[in-house]
Design a protein around this ligand. Structure first.
Ligand code: ZN
Length: 147
């Protein structure tokens, strides 16, 4: 890997406090993800960043954009799978049952789980809510039973 040249000042705020930082634990904008994506799987990616304003500087020759994109997708998959495992374990249900309850196909859940497809922000939120709020799935079940 070729050595990085770190710029001497930030183009946004003018600070000279610039370094190569790990993206782990940082939040990045991604497609329709309104809240951004928290990096939980960094895959060792580091980006040149201004430590004063937080601005990132992408270097094309280091394929920074592509590496970040892959780390974001891996982080979404990582979090989505944790939510899925938590829901299935806590409710004692199988993937197929959950799929039926939330209007997804078992095949789709399987593709998302394996990282073959990136969940939409809505699909991500549904699992996040179900995993963080134990009463949410019960509320959905009740809704179905009334129909
Ligand atoms: Zn700056």
């Amino acid at each position: 890997m070729s050595k990085r040249t770190i710029r001497d000042s930030c183009g946004t705020c003018g600070s000279t406090d610039i370094s190569l930082n790990s993206i782990l634990g940082q939040n990045f904008k991604f497609k329709d993800y309104k809240t951004g994506v928290l990096i939980t799987k960094s895959q060792g990616v580091e980006l040149v960043q201004c430590n004063s304003c937080g601005e990132h500087f992408f270097q094309r020759k280091h394929k920074d954009s592509q590496k970040l994109d892959e780390a974001i997708k891996a982080s979404i998959q990582d979090q989505w799978n944790k939510y899925l495992s938590k829901i299935l374990a806590e409710r004692g249900i199988r993937q197929k049952e959950l799929a039926d309850k939330i209007g997804m196909s078992q095949e789709q859940i399987s593709r998302l789980k394996k990282g073959r497809e990136v969940p939409s922000f809505k699909s991500f939120l549904v699992l996040k809510i179900l995993a963080s709020c134990p009463g949410a799935l019960t509320a959905i079940e009740k809704e179905y039973n009334h129909k």
